[in-house]
Design a protein around this ligand. Sequence first.
Ligand code: ATP
Length: 356
Amino acid sequence: AVPARVTKTNTVVSFRGIEKSYGAFQAVAALSLDIRQGELVCLLGPSGCGKTTTLRMLAGFVEPSAGEIWLDEDNVTRVPAYRRDVGIVFQNYALFPHMTVAKNVEYGLVNINMPKAARQARIAEVLRRVELQHLADRYPRALSGGQQQRVALARALALQPKVLLLDEPFSNLDAQLRVRLREELSSLIRGLDMTTLFVTHDQEEALTLADRIVVMNKGAVEQIGTPEEIYDSPQTRFVAEFIGTCSLLEGRVDEGGDFLSERGLRFPVARRPGAATAIIRPEYVRHAAEAPGAPVHRAVVETSEYMGAATRLQLRVGDARLLMDGRYAPGRRPRAGDEIDIVIDPTGVRFVTDGN
Ligand code: ATP
C-alpha cells in the first residue's frame, strides 16, 4: 500500500543547523526544523529567501555548507539524491512528454528494478489514488494542468517516499483552478498521511494548506508556527507585513497603560511601559458606533478601495496612518475625503519583538 507509517509524533525529517553559502553569500542560515509524520509544513517567503535551496538540500540536489539532515533514523546529509526516500513534484511537473501517464508513473519503478507484475499493481494503485485510472494511456499533452499535476504526484508517490516535496505546485495554474487543486491536493495528501514539505511565496496558499508554516527572509527563519500563530501573533515586523496586511505603529506604552504612537495616536493596551511597535490588522479597526465604550478617533479617509466582500480604507488619524476593512451596503462606502469616527479593538493589537 502507499505509505501508512507509524505514529503522528514521529519526526520524519530533521534539519539540524543547516546552512548554505555560495561564496560569501549565505542563501540559508542556521535552519533547524523537525517535521513530524503526516505533517504538512510550508516554507514561505519572498523570492530569493532560500526556500527552494532548503527543499533541494532535503532532496539531495544541493549539499549543505554546514549542519545535518536526518530522514527517520538516518543522517542523509551526504547520501546522494537517488538513494533518499524523497518524492518530488516540480513546479513544471517535468513529465516525460513521449510517455503515457502509466509509463510516466512506471519510470521510477523500473529504475529500482521492481518486477513487472509488482509495477503494474503499484501503477494501478497510485493512479486510483489520484483518480486517473481512466487516463492511464493518455499522453501528458492531452491532459489538463490539474491532471498533469496529479500524474506528477502519482509518479512521486509510486516510490512510497518518506517525505513528499512540492515546489510551487500551483504556480502554473489560473486562480480558480489553483483554489480547487489546492483543496484536492490537500485532502489527497492528508488521506495518505504523507509527510510533506511545500514551497510557496503565496501567503494564502500557506495559510490554507499548512499544519505549520516556516516564514523565511533573506536565508533566515523569521518564525515557525501554525497558520493561526503566524497570522495572529507575528513575532517580527517582517512576518506581520508579509502575512496579511497591517498598520505598524512605532511608539511607547506609558505608565497609565496607553500606547502612544510617535505620530500621536493613543489607545489603551495590556502591556508593560516602554518602547513598543504595535501592529493592527485592518479588521480590528471599526466604526465607533459598532463598539461603544472604546476611545473614539476622528479619521480622514485618504483612499477607499473596493475589494468585494470588504472595502479597505486608508485612514489618517492626526499624523498617523491606519488601514481599516469595513463592510458596507451598496452605495454606503466611505469615499476619499470623508471623515469618520473609529475605534481600535484592543483585543486585536499585537506587538512585535524586533526593533523595540
Ligand atoms: P524563488 O521563490 O524566487 O524561487 P527562493 O526563496 O526559492 O526564491 P532560492 O532559490 O532558494 O530562493 O535562492 C536563495 C538565494 O540563493 C538567491 O539569492 C539565489 O540567487 C541564491 N542562489 C541559489 N542558487 C545559487 C547558486 N547555485 N549560486 C549562487 N547563488 C545561488
